[in-house]
Write a protein that binds this ligand. Sequence first.
Ligand code: ADP
Length: 349
Amino acid sequence: MSLEKVKQALSTVKYPGFSRDIVSFGLVRSVEFEDGKAKVSIAVSTSDSSIPPAIRDGVETALKAVPEVTDAEVSVVMSGKKPAGPSAPQGASPEGGIPGVKHVIAVASGKGGVGKSTFAVNLACAFAEILKADGKTAGIMDCDIYGPSVPLMMGLSGRPYVEGESLIPMEGNGLKVMSMGFLVDEDTPVVWRGPMVMKTIQQFSQNVKWGEIEILVVDLPPGTGDAQLSLVQTIPLSGAVLVTTPQPAATQVAKRGARMLEKTNVKILGVAENMSYLEQPDGTRVNIFGEGGGQQTANDLKTDFLGQIPLDQSIREGGDAGKPIVVAEPDSKIAQSFKTIARDILSRI
Ligand code: ADP
């Protein structure tokens, strides 16, 4: 009974700067309670050294408020950092990693509508194309709970097969694909989706038979809130790419996205600019959405600018037809731009 009270007390402790509590973020590793003594172990993945002590203080205060607790031992460890000692046995995934998956990179944006999913899908196809030569594969995990658009963009529908406890990813355009869209009914109100995120993501990372995958692209939900933080806490990432549009006003929004990533250990691999310009038939460029935002964002974040993707009808058409432009027109200038960005990222991880 009192153990329940201890757990309840923990669920009142908010992650610093967020409205979600440490229990629902999945940070509590163990809780014990015996003879008035509560022993709590918490694991966080962050580069911000003020977070662990803030969480410890919050937990101690919450435990003191439980009358049955006379003594508390709270440990907060940094997860994601490999403990010193013998290395993991061959074939085992790194601590908290996705079995079989070597690198996971997230594609993030400060807000919706900048073409994040379009970028993520084409980037994943570019990885698949590049890695094919070495007999390696790529995948995409669509975690956009609010508008999972990857199934449409990959030309996939239906539900994934279930094998025992595991889900089998769908396959399309040379990629293994898992999406919230395969599991969440279109009619499910958005308000129900938030609480489903953690569980689904855990399932996506632990119960999906990805097989051997060199690089898995994760399409994060747009924005910088709790869902994003849950995700980056749950999945150990090799890094993240920020997508922005060129108008200088977008820089502020993109930087908010970057700050969210910095709260955890996630390395920002660079900034990509989408819808950079419209090329006219005579070759001149019109900067419909302004210019310079991508480079500016990269400068402000002291990271690299990965490149520009133009606004182009064939990109939108490829998305709607389930054949991303990298697959539909592999020799086009735009496909080459995606492949250049993909090679650049591969050289950084
Ligand atoms: P987000 O994931 O940021 O919400 P999407 O990738 O879903 O954005 O893109 C929104 C819409 O814009 C889609 O219809 C997509 O086809 C289109 N789109 C995205 N990038 C481009 C581009 N570079 N050129 C033309 N259309 C694009």
